[in-house]
Design a protein around this ligand. Structure first.
Ligand code: IPE
Ligand code: IPE
Ligand code: MG
Length: 237
């Protein structure tokens, strides 16, 4: 029997640069096409039983790119946050971010705060945007918070469990993704959800992100539904 569809799917949206290059377009057009592909996809995901979508939008390593590309990405982000604010009532998405957004411009941080506040009134799909996100960075930030709580006698070292540690992560409020999808044919996780992906199923698509559609996501879900998840145990006892 096929298992139920995943409640939480995380997506590494990769391949915008190659999509643009193939069309002899500037990279920023690839990123724009990628952002549009996400919007289109979300409209269809809204109608399914999927409850959470986490998307990797900008990694802690993406600052290594040239200034022009980073600036273009930040501008695009501002643009799309503005659109999501305008369309909040209509799209019914509940939006938040994971990652350290304290280094983003004040302007962008304010827009994000506004979007989070506004969309918290919605009732639909929960969209978690990974922004200046790195799994290792998230773990280090969590460790620092745990250390402070130990130092201030709020917790005891012996009480540090996997569950307790998870409650210090950016994703503390929801379950780990059952399925992680990466596009563009790259077979790595690039520092995405390092802790949370311990038992996630992975699905790799050769499609470049701007070409990825809901039908492609359905293929990933179908593949997931046929997987045997053992979590280290045995299904036959
Ligand atoms: C993913 O597309 C988007 C970001 C990392 C921001 P890329 O820009 O990495 O696309 P490729 O890998 O160069 O094709
Ligand atoms: C991962 O893609 C980050 C995002 C999709 C935001 P990258 O393109 O940055 O990853 P690498 O460099 O191929 O590992
Ligand atoms: Mg890439």
């Amino acid at each position: 029997m096929d298992r139920a569809i995943p409640k939480h799917i995380a997506i590494i949206m990769d391949g915008n640069g190659r999509w643009a290059k193939k069309r002899l377009l500037p990279k920023k057009m690839g990123h724009k096409a990628g952002a549009d592909a996400l919007k289109k996809l979300l409209k269809k995901v809204e109608k399914t039983d999927i409850e959470h979508i986490t998307v990797y939008a900008f990694s802690t390593e993406n600052w290594k790119r040239d200034k022009q590309e980073v600036d273009d990405l930040m501008k695009l982000l501002k643009d799309y946050i503005g659109q999501y604010i305008k369309e909040s009532e209509e799209n019914n998405l509940i939006i938040d971010t994971i990652g350290d957004i304290s280094v983003l411009s004040k302007d962008l941080q304010e827009d994000l705060a506004h979007l989070k506040e506004l969309s918290s009134k919605n009732t639909g799909l929960k969209l978690h945007i990974a922004l200046n996100y790195g799994g290792r960075d998230e773990i280090i930030r969590a460790i620092k918070k745990v250390a402070i709580d130990v130092k201030e006698n709020n917790i005891e070292i012996d009480n540090i469990t996997e569950d307790l540690f998870s409650s210090y992560l950016d994703t503390k409020e929801y379950q780990d993704p059952e399925l992680i999808v990466r596009t563009s044919g790259e077979l790595r996780t690039s520092n995405f959800l390092v802790w949370q992906s311990a038992y996630s199923e992975f699905y790799f698509s050769d499609k470049l992100w701007p070409d990825f559609t809901f039908e492609d996501l359905e293929k990933a879900i179908n593949a997931y539904q046929k997987r045997e998840r053992r979590f280290g145990g045995r299904l036959d006892g």
